[in-house]
Structure formats: structure tokens, C-alpha cells
Write a protein that binds this ligand. Structure first.
Ligand code: DC
Length: 226
């Protein structure tokens, strides 16, 4: 056992339900929720604000190494502080969806963020959520999950999420974006989205978040009683 508890990873494509489940799982175990997507999103937001070109890999990597980024537990999730400013909402727009997927392809950005993630996660007591948690950043994790769902279900979830924030959204456009983002995440040369070795795969298409959470908790209990 690690110093602070199990190291649990949750990977999968956008809209598979990872964030909802990772937050709830971390809360029910009293673990830290490590939202690594928020880190890629923060690099994208910081680059946009600074006017850094998304072609300039050197500058993006430097930004990822040097920016002041903190993830603080808050309520039922995490508060993202970029240079001290709460950007939790600002990083969750369709534009940042797209730009974060671009910065996630830059090797220097991945190296910088992976190093930060390892530091935060290695003592355990963590639910690490992302695309390469179980495959690349924490191959030694105690328990690995891979959540998935059909593109149509994922697009509907995203639509509901945007609408609940009062943002205008179009289902067909969201679906097309999801398909394009999946392709980019799966085909990139470095740390592509794959089912990590040893991961438990769960299709959440026909399941409620509560059902998925219970499935995961059963696996966790099994692991804790090993
Ligand atoms: O999970 P999310 O939608 O917040 O992630 C934002 C982007 O960052 C998405 O394009 C995938 C990418 N990402 C990644 O490449 N590796 C991670 N560990 C987490 C996110």
C-alpha cells in the first residue's frame, strides 16, 4: 500500500462519464481527484491569453513547465487556479475543448504535465483521470479503469452539459467535434488514447452514474481486501 492509499486511474474518451465518476469516487474514498484534462485545458487557456501560437511547440512546452497552476479540492470537484486566478469555468468552453486537444499533441507539453502529475499522484490516495493515466503516467497504478460510451451518447451528454450552463449548442456539431477529437487523441504519436494494460473496461452508455460508481467501488473494495 502506498503512503496515502490506492492509486486509481480512470481513462477514456471525452464524454464517457470520467469526470463525474472520478469526482464521486474520490469523494467517497476521501482521495484526491487529479483532473489532468484541466491541466491541458489550462495550458491552452494560458497560451491563448498570452497570444502564443499553437504551432510554437517550444513556447507551449515552456508555458507548461513554468506556469503557476494549482488544483485545489473544492466542494464536489476541483478548483483550477492559473496564476492565482480561478479559471475553473473559463477552461470549459468549446474553444478550449478544441485548443486543449491541440496542445495535448505537443511532446514538450506532455512531458511537463506528466512530471507534475507523477509528483501529485505517486503517494497514492488519488483518483487520476485523463487519457494516458494507466498507460503512460501511472503504469504501476493499483487499479485501472477505462470508461467508454458510444459517440452519440457522449454527444448528448455534452449537449446537456453545455445547455445547463446556458450555452448555445448544436448536437450535430458536437458529435462531429467528438469524432474528430477522438481521432486526434487516438492517433497522436505520443501517449495516444489506448486501453491501458490491465484496465477494467466499462461501457457507460446504458448506465446511470450511480451504477457506474457502484461497479467501480466494488472493484476498489476487492482491491483493499486483497
Ligand atoms: O478530459 P478533458 O476533456 O478535460 O481533456 C482535455 C483535452 O486534454 C482532451 O483533448 C484530451 C487531452 N488530455 C490528454 O491528452 N491527456 C490527459 N491525461 C488528459 C487530457
Amino acid at each position: 500500500m502506498r503512503a496515502r492509499g490506492l492509486l486509481i486511474t480512470i481513462d477514456g474518451p471525452a464524454g464517457a462519464g470520467k469526470s463525474t465518476i472520478a469526482k464521486r469516487l474520490a469523494a467517497s474514498l476521501g482521495y484526491l481527484y487529479l483532473d489532468t484534462g484541466a491541466m491541458y485545458r489550462s495550458v491552452a487557456l494560458a497560451a491563448k491569453r498570452k497570444g502564443i501560437s499553437f504551432q510554437d511547440e517550444e513556447a507551449l512546452a515552456r508555458l507548461a513547465r513554468e506556469m503557476d497552476l494549482r488544483l485545489e479540492p473544492s466542494g464536489d470537484g476541483v478548483r483550477v487556479l492559473l496564476e492565482g486566478e480561478d479559471v475553473s469555468e473559463a477552461i470549459r468552453t468549446p474553444e478550449i475543448d478544441r485548443l486543449s486537444s491541440l496542445v495535448a499533441q505537443v511532446p514538450g507539453v506532455r512531458a511537463a504535465l506528466s512530471a507534475r502529475q507523477k509528483e501529485l499522484g505517486q503517494e497514492g490516495g488519488v483518483v487520476a483521470e485523463g487519457r494516458d493515466m494507466g498507460s503512460f503516467v501511472f503504469p504501476e497504478a493499483d487499479l485501472k479503469f477505462f470508461l467508454t460510451a458510444t459517440p452519440e451518447v457522449r454527444a448528448k451528454r455534452r449537449l446537456a452539459q453545455l445547455e445547463s450552463k446556458g450555452l448555445k449548442a448544436d448536437y450535430e456539431k458536437i458529435l462531429a467535434d467528438i469524432v474528430e477529437r477522438d481521432k486526434r487523441d487516438r492517433e497522436r504519436k505520443i501517449a495516444p488514447l489506448v486501453v491501458p494494460e490491465g484496465a477494467i473496461v466499462i461501457d457507460t452508455s446504458d448506465k446511470t452514474p450511480q451504477e457506474v460508481l457502484e461497479l467501480l467501488l466494488n472493484h476498489v473494495k476487492g482491491k483493499l481486501h486483497d
